[in-house]
Design a protein around this ligand. Structure first.
Ligand SMILES: Nc1ncnc2c1ncn2[C@@H]1O[C@H](COP(=O)(O)OP(=O)(O)OP(=O)(O)O)[C@@H](O)[C@H]1O
Ligand SMILES: [Mg+2]
Length: 295
């Protein structure tokens, strides 16, 4: 086995302890990274984009900076700025320039992790483009800063998120390797909830995941819930707590009612759909800890 393959295998083994499933996607990401290619993880809400990017970046054991896209994230904040008192004293130079996270990652051969890239203004994305393929950026008064070997970029992106977001320029699309992620299987979902909550209560984990599963592709919902909802519901239960139907409905409403959305064609409310789902899911379980509502 070549040295690169061995490194990739070790990284993948480390990641497997923290990420459930996603082997193919992770292998592809590691391969792209080993070639210095920028990657973008694309998927809808709660599909594990941030977690995958974070774990991958941390497991590579290189300097690592993270930024989260928002309207105020200007290109100056990303690249860096001059310190006015120092400039007065020493003039414009690399010494008086305070590197932003992008420059920092480039100068240290590190990982630049940009979460929710479509939340940043377009001018910021444009400023990143040369860093992606040519591995350089231009700083006024200094000139070009060229990235050290090892510099790579990882982005996350939710194409369904249209509030407070900006379209990404085509040039950006063109420079990245796209990793698409969608909802994981029921079995994987249970493993994720187990991993994230440390709960040993397999019954509430299974019920919570079934509830989420029932929202996915539900004919009356235009927006389904995610594994995050299953994690939240399990957190609301003590270990081995009695599962009383009415209390479960109330907690599921608290967790999911704003995570799901009814189609305009549906005559039901989110809470009504939740009640139906809970009753259907509970009907599949025979367990002394479950107390059903009286008809
Ligand atoms: N494959 C996975 N392995 C382990 N944990 C996961 C996995 N997928 C999701 N999670 C967990 O599920 C939750 C949601 O994941 P995450 O925040 O990464 O989603 P996201 O795609 O970034 O969502 P958003 O679009 O809302 O930012 C987190 O608690 C995360 O730890
Ligand atoms: Mg995220």
């Amino acid at each position: 086995m070549s040295e690169t393959n061995q490194v990739s295998k070790n990284v993948l083994n480390r990641i497997s302890q923290l990420i459930v499933g996603r082997k193919k996607e992770l292998q592809l990401m590691i391969r792209a990274i080993s070639k210095g290619l920028p990657i973008i993880i694309e998927g809808s809400v709660g599909t594990g984009k941030t977690e995958m990017a974070k774990v991958l970046a941390q497991s590579l054991e290189r300097p690592f900076v993270r930024v989260d896209g928002d309207d105020n994230l200007t290109s100056i904040k990303l690249k860096g700025w001059y310190d006015p008192p120092l400039v007065l004293e020493k003039g414009f130079s690399r010494e008086t320039f305070i590197p932003g996270p992008l420059t920092h990652a480039m100068e240290n051969g590190g990982i630049f992790f940009y979460n929710e890239v479509n939340r940043a203004p377009s001018e910021t994305i444009n400023a990143v483009l040369t860093a992606l393929d040519e591995k350089l950026i231009t700083i006024p008064q200094i000139g070009e800063i060229v990235a050290k070997d090892g510099f790579i970029s990882i982005f996350t992106y939710n194409p369904e998120d249209t509030v407070a977001t900006n379209p990404l320029p085509k040039a950006f699309y063109d420079r990245c390797i796209w990793i698409h992620v969608s909802h994981q299987t029921f079995e994987e979902m249970k493993e994720i909830v187990f991993l994230r909550t440390n709960s040993s209560d397999r019954l509430i984990i299974a019920i919570s995941c079934e509830i989420v599963q029932a929202t996915i592709n539900h004919p009356e919902l235009e927006m389904s819930s995610t594994v995050r909802g299953a994690i939240h519901l399990v957190e609301l239960y003590e270990n081995q707590e009695i599962i009383e139907e009415q209390t479960l409905i109330e907690r599921v409403i608290a967790v999911h009612s704003r995570k799901i959305r009814c189609k305009t064609t549906s005559s039901k409310t989110e809470s009504e759909i939740i009640e139906e789902i809970v009753s259907k899911v509970l009907s599949r379980y025979e367990d002394d800890r479950i107390i059903r509502k009286k008809e």
